[in-house]
Design a protein around this ligand. Structure first.
Ligand code: ARG
Length: 567
């Protein structure tokens, strides 16, 4: 039974007794002096009942009383407040302590694909990818924890004109100036090439193709590649591998897991049949020589342009690939939900793809969701840059965090976990749509809403438990409530299942970060006032410590952070 369900059940029978047909709702009480839970329904139900709000609230409160609660009372104009009894709290906390899932009831599994940001081949991972990786990974863990069947796909940007530009850069680097560039694309030149060198090829290709003649060459290289030209395909594979290796290394460092390393190129074979399908059903039509699909502006700005599917020169576009990928995910993976984890600048693009997919019938029975997020800024308010003024690479940001942690953390073995934890927690401890300033000192501080604060809280409890163990004191098998602050910290723990289901429903890891922080912060107040090992009931208080460690540990795991036992 969750915190809410006991109160909901009591309300449901009180409503029935009072002849109300409404389905009750309950929220956490806004202030602890009001109790633990609060019902705000009565003001809206009064009219139908033919009583004053206060009268109705009072008879509901009286009817809802049972021994789960110490008190059910009316406050203000007609709020009904519930205060759980200490026995209820102790019983719920004990059940939680014994349950590896910490009281979470799994939901019916939904087959979910997470599209993880889609970094482009030959471009360095940058600050935007930090958020895709960190938020995406946390959502992957949250959704799996609540019982869904999650498949994560990196969705590499490995197709289209950008590949032609890259090949153009590769030919130029081997001395090509004019004529046929293909003989200048030498496979051996990619042996031992670093991802930075590959990035230089793309940069030079991209700069050179500002010129129209050069751009035409890049276009024809793109077309040849997409038609399966053997040398270009082999070169492209090598370059893709270099990028995949680099992305995998960074992802591994950050603890982000991709089940699939597919990319835009994997949708290529789907494009022609999909366009045939759309044309034959009259959904796609010609417009100025191009093929487009109209989209409705529901949830999008007014007069959104149609989604371009094929340009007049025959080239497929970004939206075409996304639509084709969506169709594949529905058919081959059986996706029931697809989550796109990219920043808010892609909102129009992703929204247009969703709309096209719905009108084409490709999204039938599939929930499509765009998890947007705000920008990581520097002090100047612009996207975060490194000291030399260039856009920060993800590698730079990781290095900064690790270096700061190494300065601050005494236990060497823990420094990496703390540095990465600081970086991740800073990203997840605010609602994702909000951007934030990349402030390395603040995020690595041991105080406030930070990763190190939480990792430290966890480590401290571990050391209390270790100390007890070496003195032969074992935590009690049942939790008890012996002090108001012990009650308070247990209540914070009991909200965990609710936070998890909200995090999953809103696709919002912040709910978990906030739960961890509230538990840790209340614990530190409890620990400051209540003796554990030297008090009257060490085993009882140790049981509380153990539950707190379990909840904080689980939250950190769901945020993709490592716990350390010493720091
Ligand atoms: N490759 C794109 C880019 O960097 C992002 C792709 C996002 N994912 C997607 N399914 N469109 O710029």
């Amino acid at each position: 039974m969750s915190m809410k369900s006991a109160a909901l059940a009591a309300l449901a029978s009180a409503y029935r007794l009072n002849g109300l047909e409404a389905v009750p709702s309950i929220v956490r009480a806004t202030k602890p002096e009001f109790g633990d839970l609060q019902c705000n329904d009565i003001m809206r139900l009064t009219k139908a009942a033919g009583k004053t709000t206060r009268e109705l609230a009072t008879s509901i409160a009286v009817a809802a009383r049972n021994d789960v609660f110490d008190d059910v009372s009316v406050a203000g104009p007609g709020f009904v407040n519930f205060r759980l009894s200490d026995e209820t709290i102790a019983a719920e906390a004990t059940a939680m302590l014994r349950d590896p899932a910490l009281g979470v009831e799994k939901e019916a599994p939904i087959r979910t694909v997470i599209d993880f940001g889609g970094p482009n081949v030959a471009k360095a991972l940058h600050v935007g990818h930090l958020r895709s990786f960190v938020i995406g990974e946390s959502l992957r863990r949250i959704l799996a924890e609540i019982g869904h069947d999650v498949i994560s796909d990196i969705h590499l940007g490995d197709w289209g004109l950008q590949m032609g530009k890259l090949l153009y850069g590769a030919a130029t680097a081997s001395g090509w100036q004019h004529g046929d560039p293909v003989p200048f694309i030498k496979l051996f030149s990619f042996d031992e090439m670093s991802v930075e060198e590959l990035g230089m090829l793309y940069k030079s290709g991209n700069a050179a193709t500002e010129d129209d003649t050069a751009l035409a060459v890049a276009r024809s290289l793109t077309n040849m590649l997409q038609d399966g030209h053997p040398i270009l395909t082999a070169a492209w594979k090598r370059m893709r591998e270099i990028s995949v290796d680099a992305v995998s290394a960074t992802a591994e460092r950050l603890g982000a897991h991709f089940d699939l390393f597919l990319g835009e190129s994997d949708a290529h074979s789907e494009v022609a049949p999909m366009l045939d399908d759309l044309v034959s059903r009259g959904l796609a039509h010609e417009s100025d020589g191009a093929l487009v699909i109209d989209i409705s502006d529901e949830g999008l700005p007014e007069n959104v342009p149609p989604l371009l599917l094929r340009k007049s020169d025959g080239a497929a576009l970004y939206g075409t690939t996304d639509l084709a990928t969506l169709r594949q995910r529905a058919r081959d993976i059986g996706a029931q939900q697809i989550i796109y984890c990219t920043d808010d600048r892609q909102a129009l693009h992703i929204g247009s793809v969703f709309s096209a997919a719905r009108s084409a019938g490709y999204a039938h029975g599939i929930e499509l969701r765009h998890v947007t997020f705000g920008t990581v800024r520097g002090w100047d308010g612009k996207p975060f840059k490194t000291r030399d003024g260039s856009a920060a690479s993800l590698g730079d940001m990781i290095e900064l965090a690790l270096a700061k942690a190494a300065e601050k953390v005494k236990v060497e073995d823990s420094a990496t976990a703390v540095g990465l934890g600081a970086l991740k927690f800073a990203d997840l401890s605010i609602p994702r749509k909000t951007g934030y300033v990349f402030d390395i000192d603040k995020m690595t501080s041991f105080e406030g809403r930070t990763g190190p604060y939480l990792q430290y809280a966890y480590a401290r409890i571990c050391s209390i438990l270790d100390k007890a163990a070496s003195a032969g004191i074992v935590p009690a098998a049942a939790v008890s409530v012996s002090h108001p602050l012990e009650r308070a910290v247990l209540v914070e723990c009991l909200w965990y299942p609710h936070s998890l289901s909200e995090a999953a429903r809103q696709l919002e890891p912040f709910e978990i970060a906030e739960r961890a922080y509230q538990v840790a912060d209340t614990f530190s107040r409890f620990y400051a006032d209540c003796a554990v090992l030297s008090g009257e009931d060490p085993p009882g208080r140790l049981a509380t410590c153990k539950l707190v460690a379990q909840v904080i540990g689980k939250c950190l795991e769901l945020l993709g952070m490592e716990t350390v036992r010493r720091m």
